[in-house]
Design a protein around this ligand. Structure first.
Ligand code: XMP
Length: 319
């Protein structure tokens, strides 16, 4: 696509003009936007860029490893991987209110990112994967790691990295254009085509209190669900699909024994911008296969339900 190819060239030149010989820090969230921004900036200025990936431990199964492997081994981009999952899970212990979860994660993220960015000597620019919709309005006013870097309204004093100059090469793009640019830059299509993922991650898909065990259980159920959706060829027809681990136990039978375990809710919606959404009309057999596998393969879940709420009146996430 020559349009994307020429946009890429133009952006590379603009980044070089803006940054000169100075150093840039880029916060990676594990998502598509910050990844595309990082690869583009790396193409422009090479090792003047250092990426900082704060791993909250709340991403989908294996995604943290995938990001690290892709950046380090495939692109050779200098990357600081901060495994802060214990800090995040510690800070979230006993927290059940959805907004308190968001604030807890957002605040800790700022602290960790600020600490790590101090270690990158001489950096004068902060790169962000801000998109055009983030500029004009905001789903992103909600916060969470990917947005926290962007919005400074909810913090007392400015962390030092907020004083850095900004590089935002995706500011004029919509999501589908970012995906096209990502493919143009050689990112795997399956990576750039991933469903949107909220900054606070799995924390807002575990109503009630969060434990490491619950996160691990949810990651397994979610991975099976997405696997069945991919196998059925439905992934790209869906805006967002994910599992939610409910703080509800129900009775089941397994062989001769009675079980008393958690309920998992499956959610899938179609949407164009996330502002409104319809529940996705699955063929029953796809849901049936996902449910059977989750119950058989994931310890701690013995019942699966499907969420048929549209937005409005529901939200896409459960919290
Ligand atoms: P809701 O649940 O409000 O979500 O219908 C709309 C879209 O926004 C995402 N979302 C968030 N993204 N931080 C984020 O970065 C958040 O706190 C947050 N809450 C919801 C959600 O996944 C959906 O795509």
């Amino acid at each position: 696509d020559w349009t994307m190819a020429s946009f890429r060239q133009e952006m590379v030149q603009r980044i070089r003009d803006q940054v000169g010989s100075e150093k840039v820090i880029c916060g990676l969230s594990g998502g598509v936007d910050s990844s595309v921004a990082a690869v583009l900036i790396h193409e422009a200025i090479g090792d003047q860029l250092t990426c900082v990936f704060v791993d909250t431990g709340l991403l989908r199964m294996n995604e943290a490893e995938q990001v690290v492997t892709m950046f380090r081994d495939h692109y050779n981009i200098p990357l600081v991987h901060v495994d802060a999952s214990e800090d995040f899970l510690g800070a979230l212990a006993g927290v059940t209110d959805p907004e308190t979860k968001r604030k807890t994660i957002g605040k800790l993220f700022i602290d960790v990112f600020d600490r790590e960015s101090h270690k990158i000597e001489g950096a004068t620019f902060l790169a962000q994967g801000t998109l055009y919709p983030d500029v004009i309005e905001s789903v992103s006013a909600k916060g969470g790691p990917s947005q926290v870097i962007k919005s400074h309204h909810n913090v007392g004093g400015l962390p030092d990295y907020m004083k850095l100059k900004l590089v935002e090469p995706l500011r004029e793009l919509f999501k589908d254009e970012v995906r096209a640019l990502g493919v143009e830059l050689g990112l795997p299509p399956a990576f750039v085509g991933r469903h949107p993922f909220p900054g606070p991650g799995l924390a807002i898909r575990i109503p009630g209190d969060i434990t490491p065990e619950k996160v691990a259980t949810l990651q397994k159920a979610d991975a099976i669900y997405l696997d069945e959706i991919r196998k059925a060829g439905l992934y790209d027809a869906i805006w967002q699909a994910f599992a939610v681990l409910l703080p509800v136990q129900s009775v089941g039978v397994m062989g001769d024994a009675r079980t008393y375990e958690n309920v998992c809710a499956l959610r899938a919606v179609t949407s164009t911008d996330g502002m409104t959404a319809d529940f996705f009309e699955f063929p029953w057999e796809v849901l049936g296969r996902a449910a059977t596998r989750i119950i058989n393969e994931v310890k701690g879940i013995n019942r699966v339900v499907y969420d048929v709420t549209s937005k409005p009146p529901g939200t896409i996430e459960w919290e």
